[in-house]
Design a binder for this molecule. Structure first.
Ligand SMILES: *Cc1c(COP(=O)(O)O)cnc(C)c1O
Length: 410
């Protein structure tokens, strides 16, 4: 059994039962905090023993709109009563309007809908490779894509093959060739890695799973420029940073960078349904012909209705500006806490990381202490506590969270 048993008391009987059951029947590919949730609303969730928690993880930013946003739930319900899945063998009346809206919001000509983030990353990789051969003229099977150290782009075999995290790779090879790794945040290293065979640069504008790593100002703009000069596709993975999380609609907007390929997911499904997409203009998207690529569920009417409502909520409720404003306030307040344990507070908007000093141990005990005070946060990369609540969080709730964090850190 995990060490979690020790902190469970008699009054958490239901929790223990569910933990035991999950432990017995699930694969052990995760080590979650020992909390079993049964209900959620806005930024609050409740566990099976009736405890209430503030969700400061928001499902890794898949719940930017808050749990069960009424408008998204209503859209899903209405669509469930009409039509849910057609496959792409037939058209449906929801995909077109959804993709039009997504293209308007992002400023791209076309979108290719998928379901999970990893699938959208794979889509972008296939698109850019084929573009490299057909448009750029790279010799057959020679295309290279430059990626960054400390990246996280998902869990497929191709994607983990270019991870620099040993555990993500160990035991899962052999891996797909054609990826070159450069240090994150180092535009010079990127420039030096470009060759005639380089077709794309895949980058997170802020590394989320890598520990909320914010690159130096100018990094995105500079690498974007280098891509334009060298005829390399700039591929922004905004699955976690996009849709308002960082205080801009997309994190690339902070540097007025327009990628060649934009990858979105997570909050595009409003915490209700997996919806992702790769977006690009015709030059890239036209490499795909019928039969080249696809997904049974990609673009399905239920996902499209949910995706449309998810975008509408972010726009109509001003969640981007809200993330900017509340994020600035929260980050300033976190920095003002005089804690012997904190090495650095960093982030943008409501994507904030608090790095714990190595002398103070890992971030995990701090997350467990926060759980004891009614806040769900998850450590990332051992040393970093991530604070990324739903963007709808009320100011008073954020103030309350700050007090809990202050107590735990001091
Ligand atoms: C979560 C995430 C992914 C993978 O998304 P899944 O839906 O889990 O496949 C890819 N890239 C980034 C930056 C992410 O945060």
């Amino acid at each position: 059994m995990p060490d979690t048993t020790t902190i469970l008391t008699g009054e958490r009987m239901a929790t223990q039962r569910y933990l035991d059951e999950a432990d017995r029947y699930s694969a052990h590919n995760y080590k979650p905090l020992p909390v079993v949730l049964e209900r959620g609303e806005g930024c609050w969730v409740w566990d099976v023993d009736g405890r209430k928690y503030l969700d400061m993880l928001a499902a890794y930013s898949a719940v930017n709109q808050g749990h069960r946003h009424p408008r998204i739930i209503a859209a899903a319900r209405a669509q469930m009563d009409r039509l849910t899945l057609t496959s792409r063998a037939f058209h449906n009346d929801r995909m077109g309007p959804f993709l039009k809206r997504l293209c308007e919001v992002t400023g791209f000509a076309r979108a290719l809908p998928m379901n999970t983030g990893a699938e959208a990353v794979e889509t972008a990789i296939k698109m850019v490779r084929k573009w490299g051969y057909q448009v750029k003229g790279v010799p057959h099977d020679q295309a290279e894509i430059i990626v960054c150290s400390n990246n996280f782009h998902g869990r497929t075999t191709t994607i983990v093959g270019f991870s620099s995290e040993a555990q993500y790779r160990a035991g899962f090879g052999p891996f797909t060739p054609g990826f070159v790794t450069v240090p994150y945040g180092d535009a010079r290293a990127f420039e030096e890695a470009i060759t005639d065979r380089t077709v794309g640069f895949l980058v997170e504008p802020i590394q989320g799973e890598g520990g909320v790593v914010v690159p130096m100002d100018g990094y995105l703009g500079c690498t974007r420029e280098l891509c334009a000069e060298a005829g390399v596709a700039f591929m922004a993975d905004e699955i976690q940073t996009g849709l308002g999380r960082t205080g801009r609609m997309f994190c690339c907007d902070w540097e007025d960078v327009r990628p060649d390929v934009l990858i979105v997911g997570k909050a595009l499904g409003g915490g209700v349904y997996p919806v992702s997409a790769a977006l690009a203009d015709d030059e890239f998207m036209e490499v795909f012909h019928p039969g080249d690529h696809g997904s049974t569920f990609g673009g399905n009417p239920l996902g499209a209705a949910v995706g449309m409502a998810s975008i509408d909520v972010i726009v109509d409720e001003g969640l981007v500006a809200r993330s900017d404003r509340l994020g600035r306030w929260f980050m300033d307040e976190l920095r003002a806490i005089e804690s012997p344990h904190v090495l650095e507070v960093r982030g943008k908007g409501l994507m904030i990381g608090v790095e714990i000093r190595p002398e103070s141990g890992t971030a995990r005990p701090f997350c467990e202490a926060l759980q004891g005070r009614g806040i769900l946060a998850k450590e990332t990369h051992h040393q970093v506590i991530r604070f990324a609540p739903p963007l709808v969080i009320a100011e008073d709730d954020l103030k309350w969270a700050l007090e809990q964090v202050r107590e735990v850190l001091t």
